[in-house]
Every structure is written in C-alpha cells, then in structure tokens.
Design a protein around this ligand. Structure first.
Ligand code: PRP
Ligand code: URA
Length: 209
C-alpha cells in the first residue's frame, strides 16, 4: 500500500487557510499556491539519494554531499496543476515538465483527456504528478495510468487538498504511488466538490467564472 504523507508544517497550514478563504483573489491565490508548492517540494525530495564530491573550501579540501544525478519530471494535470509548477521548479530547477490535459465532465464526473506531452525519457525520471485537488481521484488515476502506459517507473502524487474518497481510490488503483498532501478534508459533496475545500481550483487560479 502506498504511503500518504500529510505535511504538518505551520507555514503550509497557514497558507492553505488563506487559499481556502473565498475572499482571497486570483493574484494572491496564485502566489500562495506557488509558495505552498515550494514548501511541499522540500518534503517530496527528502528521499533523493546523495553522493559525495570533492571540493575545496577557503580552508581545506573536503568530501561533501550533492544530489546523486537525479532525473526529475514534473507533470501538472491541466489546468489547475499548472499553478504548482513554478513553486516546485524553485527547488528542482533542472526538472523537465510534461503536461496532461484532463477535465472532469460535470455530468459523469469522469475525467476527459484532451492533451498530453511528456519528456522523451519518461521511464528514466522520477515523476512528480501535480494537482491541487484530489476529489474522487478519477483525474489522478487517469493521469497515473497514462504515465504508466508511457513507460513511467516512478511516480509521486502531490496535491494541496484531498478528500478521503480520492485517497482511497488512488491507493486502490495505484498502490505503488506515494501521495503527498497539504491537508485531508472531511468529504465530497453531491457535486463531488471537496468539503470544506477551496472551491474550483482552476477557476480560482485563473480567475475564470
Ligand atoms: C479539478 C482538479 C482535478 C480534478 C479533481 O480539475 O484540478 O484535476 O478536478 O477531481 P477528481 O479527483 O474528482 O477527478 P477540473 O476537472 O475542474 O479541471 P480544471 O483544472 O481545468 O479546472
Ligand atoms: N475540483 C476542484 O477544483 N475542486 C474540488 O473541490 C473538486 C474538484
């Protein structure tokens, strides 16, 4: 069964409270999502392996740790996942970025795929799948299945807010994908929106609706 990591850092909790607030406008919402994503990148990269290199300080020579040539791919689920890319790139600037376009049909609640473009060497990269909201889990599962069909060997899922239903669905469908979350909420409502949640993440990021 996959690991579920809920980030309990006070800065993340504080900033998630601010994005939940319906009075937070798009400009602040975008900035906060970027900041939260940078803080989450810190935890998501915790297991990156290190190797030692020899350097010379002004005082002496020494062996010192550096990241061991990790190849990372960030994959935002469009649209709302785009809001998390810059924050992650702040800490992992050499990552390549792929895109998966999915929207949730409002009637069936099933994900509809409309665009996909991934790095060529996807099978050699540690992929970090980005989406602020994990509701029913349908979008995340469709994206994970697409990544696996494209050759992905290593996938982590990073979301700001999740419903218990979505976590369970992803764990059942993809027990090898660890899930990193900013918060776990109470439930889904009748329209499969997360309660209390933050509303429609894409609309709040981009000022649509
Ligand atoms: C939102 C969100 C997730 C999905 C979550 O996207 O960003 O991708 O819903 O719901 P699920 O877990 O039930 O699949 P949406 O479909 O609204 O598209 P958008 O990002 O383009 O607004
Ligand atoms: N998508 C969103 O943007 N918000 C939710 O609460 C559920 C799905």
């Amino acid at each position: 069964m996959s690991k579920v990591v809920v980030m309990d850092h006070p800065l993340i909790k504080h900033k998630i409270t601010m994005i939940r607030d319906k009075n937070t406008g798009s400009k602040d919402f975008r900035e906060l999502v970027t900041e939260i994503s940078t803080l989450m990148a810190y935890e998501v990269t915790r297991d990156f392996p290190l190797t030692e290199v020899e350097i010379e300080t002004p005082i002496t020579r020494m062996m010192s740790p550096v990241i061991a040539g990790k190849k990372v791919g960030l994959v935002p689920i469009l649209r709302a996942g785009l809001g998390m890319v810059d924050g992650m790139l702040n800490l992992i600037p050499a990552a390549k970025v792929g895109h998966i376009g999915l929207y949730r049909d409002p009637e069936t609640l099933k994900p509809v795929e409309y665009y996909c473009k991934l790095p060529m060497d996807v099978s050699e990269r540690d992929l970090i799948l980005l989406d602020p909201m994990l509701a029913t889990g349908g979008s995340a599962i469709a994206a994970i299945e697409f990544l696996k069909r494209s050759g992905a060997q290593s996938i982590k899922l990073v979301c700001l807010i999740a419903a218990p239903e979505g976590i369970k669905a992803v764990q059942n469908a993809a027990p090898d994908v660890d899930i990193y979350l900013g918060a776990i909420d109470e439930k889904l409502n009748d329209h499969a929106y997360i309660v209390p949640g933050l509303g429609d993440a894409g609309d709040r990021l981009f000022g649509t609706k």
